[in-house]
Design a protein around this ligand. Structure first.
Ligand code: GLU
Length: 548
């Protein structure tokens, strides 16, 4: 068969370059030895998930700890799944977590010489190489319809055979020249398939940068490389793009492991040197007793938007993921308190080999710690940016009074030399936690442990003597006095010695006041809260809390 004629008939594009020209258009990168070129290659579906951030973090670290390059490529070959604004959303989301690209789609960089970075704009390169493979007899047209393929698949499933287009099932592999041209004349749609030379019985050892040596079987599937609309499949685009963008290390989810044999063969037939691969393990969670993959449908925490909306401190999410990525990270942070997390020596080969357990509780703990390390001013800025984007109108009005919020934050964060409090976990929770400092969001549910008469006696007794100018000591003396007047023990040790003589201790009496002022039995220092509220509002709350 005249393969050159066939290649021209199948891909008649006039002005395609000689394939080898691309080698000089996209020359090897001028980087020092050991520098890794990594990429994030999302499909623009609009859904950015924790797995993307997890991979991006590994990519970013691998590139930036070796003096390499981290770029963004958009895999938009599937038009149906494309969502408007998805690219901006990837960039914005990752930026929120402090992850920046050096080059790529929508990145303003002088390095952008390996583009275009949208696969749809690279059609010419894919067609050039598909044409060469046809001319070399390494690819061929397939005219099978979707129905025919479905039928074969059903038959294979029934016979418990491997499904796909291979061996005796690769019907179009041996079409005669005559049949091919007849089909073309009839205008039958076709795809281009790889003519696989592999054999399923041949096994080889493959070194994965994370999983180590693994055994892979040769590919024997005549996979589609160009679809009928001329757009490449993931497999073909991956090989061409990662070669010409000069990627040295492909970090991607382990769901791609099963396609690895295809990729190995594609690199071989294209005559390209293969990048190294690092297949990351899936993020899992405990569901009762069983471990399962995080799922888009069941787990809102899979979406990165979840973390922004809930107001997680971005660095906390990054640090948490670092603990999942590299087991030594946590130990390192303990040994190097205050050090910049980027100083940690990240190693791809230290990444977990199997199912990383995602633990929201642990993330919450890290988030509490990170927020507790902020100054109240920094914390205000962080909360304010959340409020601006996700808060209610009331929140925005509250946050307009910076000075008042900072007073509150000084209290709830426990500044002033004492051990910091860790009450603030994330922005949404923090903003709700301080709602009681504002009259319009103070909605107490008074739930006292004493009878109405006692409650009223404590509230009225304290309202009568409260003075906002009292210091902590004077304030507490008054609480004791009122407690004693109402039948509570003013001193703890008296109560402990003879509980039967009292209604309760001074702290029980103080709890009545606390519930009245803050709406609940737990709060930071009540004396300071009353001062922040001011005498009029504080006493107003004591009066309003009276049992009728
Ligand atoms: N577009 C592929 C995905 O979103 C990328 C896989 C890869 O990193 O190679 O799953």
């Amino acid at each position: 068969m005249d393969l050159i004629k066939l290649a021209n008939a199948l891909i008649p594009d006039k002005d395609l370059k000689d394939p080898d020209e691309y080698e000089s258009i996209y020359p090897a990168r001028n980087l020092s030895k050991g520098a890794e070129v990594t990429r994030l290659a999302p499909s623009p579906t609009g859904f950015i998930h924790l797995g993307n951030l997890y991979s991006a973090l590994a990519d970013e670290r691998a590139a930036h700890t070796t003096g390499g390059v981290f770029y963004l490529r958009i895999e938009d070959t599937d038009e149906k799944r494309k969502v408007e604004g998805a690219v901006e959303s990837v960039i914005r989301s990752l930026k929120y977590f402090g992850i920046k690209f050096d080059e790529g789609a929508e990145i303003d960089s002088p390095l952008n010489v390996y583009g275009p970075y949208y696969q749809r704009q690279r059609a010419e390169i894919y067609r050039t190489y598909a044409k060469r493979l046809i001319a070399q007899g390494l690819a061929y047209p397939c005219f099978c319809s979707a129905e025919e393929l479905d039928e074969v698949r059903t038959r294979q499933t029934e016979n418990k055979e491997t499904t796909g287009y291979y061996g005796k099932y690769a019907k179009c592999r041996n079409l005669s020249e005559e049949q091919i041209y007849k089909n073309l004349e009839e205008g039958k749609p076709f795809v281009i398939r790889l003519k696989s030379m592999g054999h399923i019985e041949n096994k080889m050892t493959f070194r994965d940068a994370i999983k180590g040596d693994i055994t892979v079987t040769e590919n024997d599937q005549d996979v589609v490389i160009l679809k009928s609309d001329g757009i490449p499949t993931y497999h073909f685009a991956h090989a061409i793009d990662d070669h010409f963008m000069r990627t040295t290390l492909v970090i991607r989810g382990e769901e791609w492991l099963s396609s690895l044999p295809i990729h190995i063969e594609l690199f071989k037939v294209l005559g390209f040197e293969r990048p190294r691969y690092a297949h990351t393990c899936s993020l899992m969670k405990m569901d009762g007793e069983t471990k399962r993959k995080l799922s888009k449908r069941k787990d809102p925490e899979l979406s990165l938007d979840y973390y922004r909306k809930a107001g997680y401190y971005p660095l906390a999410v990054v640090k948490y993921l670092m603990t999942v990525l590299n087991s030594g990270f946590e130990e390192w942070t303990l040994k190097n308190p205050g050090a910049d997390w980027r100083d940690f020596k990240f190693k791809v080969d230290k990444m977990g080999k199997s199912g990383a357990l995602f633990d929201l509780e642990k993330l919450n703990d890290i988030s509490k710690t990170e927020i507790s390390l902020l100054s109240p001013e920094e914390c205000y800025d962080f909360l304010k940016s959340w409020v601006d984007e996700f808060g209610t109108d009331a929140d925005r009005a509250h946050f307009a009074d910076r000075e008042y919020i900072i007073k509150i934050l000084n209290l709830v964060m426990g500044t002033g030399g004492k051990k910091r409090r860790k009450d603030l976990e994330r922005a949404e929770q923090s903003v709700r936690l301080i709602d009681y400092f504002f009259d319009d969001t103070f909605v107490p549910e008074y739930s006292y442990r004493f009878d109405d008469e006692t409650v009223n006696a404590v509230l009225n007794g304290f309202a009568a003597v409260y003075d906002e100018n009292d210091d902590n000591q004077a304030w507490f003396n008054k609480v004791k006095q009122v407690a004693a007047n109402c039948g509570f023990a003013a001193e703890m040790q008296d109560y402990k010695a003879h509980p039967e003589n009292y209604k309760g201790s001074v702290s029980d009496a103080a709890e009545i006041l606390r519930i009245a002022v803050t709406g609940g039995p737990n709060s930071p220092d009540l004396c300071t809260i009353m001062k922040i509220l001011g005498g009029v509002r504080a006493v107003g709350r004591l009066n309003a809390a009276n049992r009728k």
